[in-house]
Structures are given as C-alpha cells and as structure tokens.
Design a protein around this ligand. Structure first.
Ligand code: IPE
Ligand code: IPE
Ligand code: MG
Length: 249
C-alpha cells in the first residue's frame, strides 16, 4: 500500500516526531558501495523528512544523527560522518531559511571536532529566527548522558539556591533535560527493521508511540512519513487508563 497525504488526519498530528535514521550501511552494501555512500544518500532522506514534516505542520522534528556509541566505529567512517555533517549543514542553511525551519542540536556537543561544532553553531545562528518548525539534530547524543547531565545540573542549582534534594520533582528534572524547550515526542520512527531504542531519548519517550519501519534510511520518502503517521493515528494512546475511559467524553 502506498500512503498519501489523504491517509493522514492533519487535525491529529504529533507535535514532535523523533527519528532513528538507521540502515545506511546496509543500503550501501546492497549497492556494492562503501558505507559512506549510504550516509551520503541518507542526507536526501533527511531533506525529505524535514521538508514534509514542516509542510504538514509538525512543530518539532528530532533526528538521531550520531550516538555516543557511534565513536566506536572505524575512524574512517567517523571522520567521514563528521565531514558530511559540516558539508550538509553549510549547504542546507539556505533551504532551511526558505522553509522557515530553525536548526538546533542536542548532545554532548563539546566533544565534537571543532570544525563540526563551528558549522553547526553557524547553522543554528543563521536559522535562529525561523519559527515554522524546529529541526533538532542529536549529535554525540545518548539518553543516559542526557539524564546524567540534567541530574548534575540540578544538583548544582540546588546547591546554589539551597533547595533541598527531597523537594526536587519531575518538572524540575525536565527543566534540565536537553529537550526542555520542546514537548516529549508523541511518535518515534526507526527505520531498518531494528526494534530498539539504542540509547536515544530515554527520559522523553516514556509514553511515545514507537513505529518501526522495514525500510533502510536512504529509501525513506514522504510516503514513509505518511505511513508512520497513519500507524500512529490508528493507535490508542491510553496513558495508563482503560480503553472504556477514553471513550467517555
Ligand atoms: C545509521 O545507519 C546512520 C548512523 C548511525 C550514523 P547505519 O550506519 O547504522 O547503518 P547500518 O545499521 O549499519 O545498516
Ligand atoms: C542508532 O543507530 C544511532 C543513530 C541512528 C545515529 P545504530 O546503528 O548506531 O544503532 P545500533 O548500534 O544498531 O543499536
Ligand atoms: Mg545501524
């Protein structure tokens, strides 16, 4: 089945969609090419996902681009990924501005190579005024790192203000997460057929609907986005309640 925009209820869209873009390496292998060829083609899919999310009216799109664990890959691949990031960010700023999309980044960004950090900061600064959608790249990101850094920063704050640790609540913690300025994602999409979270937004995904697609990331198109949204819109989000309770209006 091919999903089109007509399958989507535009009145019931998630505000925040997160994506684990997986399968570039396998896609390259399928085409008898080196892994970086897959990453390069993955950029097209990023463009497609970004453009069509914004067009539909999704307010936040968060893409897992490089995990803390990805440093364990061969050096050649890590370097190529970092270069691709610099290159792509610089190239896409114009389109982001044309589409009124703001670029953001989350993760332990200080550990990125300085030229990557610079390109990223430049993209963030030059799109800061846009307001249709926020595109967040998760770079050197790990869900456990995020929870850890929030805890550390909370403790520092408590020490400064004299607040008792026992008074710290969930909202306080949330304020220190790297995603404090966005709602939790209602929908997570992972491509490549892998059914795992791989240390992505652990805190934020407490009630996220998980949709795993059997395609490799470079093959992701607007139809894949529609498909994931269609699946999401046919789930019943119960938040601990019973199905009957949800039907009472
Ligand atoms: C996802 O594709 C991209 C990154 C992790 C940067 P992979 O490179 O993980 O592709 P596979 O999983 O090996 O096919
Ligand atoms: C998750 O993909 C990280 C990104 C997409 C950036 P991986 O391919 O690294 O995940 P695992 O190692 O297979 O779980
Ligand atoms: Mg992978």
């Amino acid at each position: 089945m091919i999903y089109t925009e007509e399958h989507i209820d535009t009145g019931n869209l998630p505000e925040h969609v997160a994506i684990i873009m997986d399968g570039n390496g396998r896609w390259a292998k399928l085409h008898n090419q080196p892994r970086i060829f897959g990453h390069r083609n993955g950029v097209k899919a990023v463009r497609e996902a970004t453009e069509h999310s914004a067009r539909l009216g999704i307010k936040y799109l968060t893409l897992y681009a490089f995990s803390t664990e990805n440093w364990n890959r061969p050096k050649l691949e890590v370097n190529a990924l970092m270069s691709l990031l610099v290159e792509t960010t610089a190239k896409e700023v114009k389109t982001l501005n044309k589409n009124n999309i703001r670029l953001q980044a989350i993760g332990d960004l200080e550990k990125l190579p300085s030229r990557t950090r610079k390109a990223l900061q430049d993209g963030i600064d030059r799109t800061a005024h846009n307001e249709r959608m926020t595109l967040t790249l998760a770079l050197n990101y790990s869900g456990r790192w995020d929870i850890m850094q929030a805890g550390r920063s909370l403790m520092e704050e408590a020490e400064r203000t004299g607040k008792d640790f026992s008074e710290i609540n969930e909202e306080d913690w949330q304020r220190h997460m790297s995603t404090s300025k966005m709602p939790d994602p209602e929908l997570l999409i992972r491509t490549s057929g892998e059914n795992r979270i791989s240390n992505f937004l652990l805190w934020q995904m407490a009630y996220t609907e998980l949709v795993f697609l059997d395609i490799l990331w470079p093959d992701f198109t607007k139809e894949s986005l529609y498909e994931a949204l269609y699946i999401y819109q046919h789930r019943e989000r119960r938040f601990g309640k019973t199905s009957d309770q949800l039907r009472v209006t």
